[in-house]
Design a protein around this ligand. Structure first.
Ligand code: SAM
Length: 253
């Protein structure tokens, strides 16, 4: 299946975006990282004009011909960070999400493009909420849990460790002390990260196959007991890729 087909076959991802875009699109819209082009196509009946930007030339080849049929969409092949837009946006659609914003360019791209957002302009999605939990995982390497079949056991309580609002610039350097309460005796050897997307302030979308599958990060193996409090320091660079992830078990009580 092509990349575009994968994107438009993920109905859970699309349902939330469809509702929000058809409600919020008006005036000048940017669709940054337009991918399949589907989000621009939905915005087109409600917007005056749309700038749809795609950096990947392989993706652009197919999407250009799809979006060419819309009279109020300008398709631009290029890096959104380097484009000088001729007018400011009422709405920026930027869906380059991935779990905890680590592996895709959502944060650096939005940090660069936000200067073109009108005062009181909107961003879809509007933000994310990141959750961590301590786990015992069968694999010893980092992976996305894409099948929906858990390959781990939960060892402690969940915690919300960060929330981001995409209407404001974001520091891409993440550095968090994750404090977990252990709920059973056993072995801790990983942290599971789950990201929820706030498409608008009142539409939230959990992980779907093409949107933020849970990320399983291995840690040093540690024998734990019910009631222990464990602090894991987690660092990464948003938009820097999975290789930037570092973790260290700091404290055990
Ligand atoms: C998750 S996909 C987009 C999904 C798309 N919104 C859809 O619904 O089909 C992210 C897209 O952003 C593009 N992209 C990544 N960095 C970019 C940049 N700096 N400028 C423009 N496009 C970029 C990628 O090539 C990819 O096609």
């Amino acid at each position: 299946m092509s990349y575009q087909n994968n994107l438009i076959s993920d109905y859970e991802r699309l349902a939330g975006f469809y509702e929000s875009i058809t409600k919020e699109a008006e005036g000048i819209v940017y669709d940054i990282g337009t991918g399949s082009g589907i989000l621009s196509a939905w915005a087109a009946p409600y917007a005056n004009f749309i700038y749809a930007v795609e950096k990947n030339s392989f993706v652009a080849r197919e999407t250009r011909s799809f979006l060419n049929d819309f009279r109020n969409i300008s398709f631009i092949e290029g890096d959104a960070c380097k484009i000088q837009f001729p007018e400011k946006a009422d709405l920026i659609i930027c869906e380059m999400l991935d779990t905890a914003l680590i592996d895709e360019e959502q944060v650096p791209v939005l940090n660069s493009v936000l200067k073109y957002l009108k005062k009181n302009g909107k961003v879809i999605p509007q933000g994310v909420i990141n959750i961590a939990e301590p786990v015992y995982m069968e694999a010893e390497h980092l992976y996305y849990e894409e099948t929906g079949k858990p390959s781990h056991y939960t060892m402690g309580s969940l915690m919300v460790f960060s929330k981001y609002d995409f209407r404001k610039p974001i520091n891409p350097c993440a550095d968090f002390d994750l404090k977990f309460k252990i709920i059973k005796n056993g072995i801790l050897n990983g942290v599971k990260i789950t990201t929820f997307t706030l498409i608008t302030s009142n539409t939230i979308c959990g992980p779907t196959p093409m949107l933020n599958p849970p990320l399983m990060i291995p840690t040093k193996e540690l024998r734990v007991r019910k009631g222990d409090i464990i602090t894991v320091n987690l660092k990464y660079t948003m938009g820097g890729g999975l290789d930037t992830i570092r973790n260290e078990i700091k404290e055990i009580f």
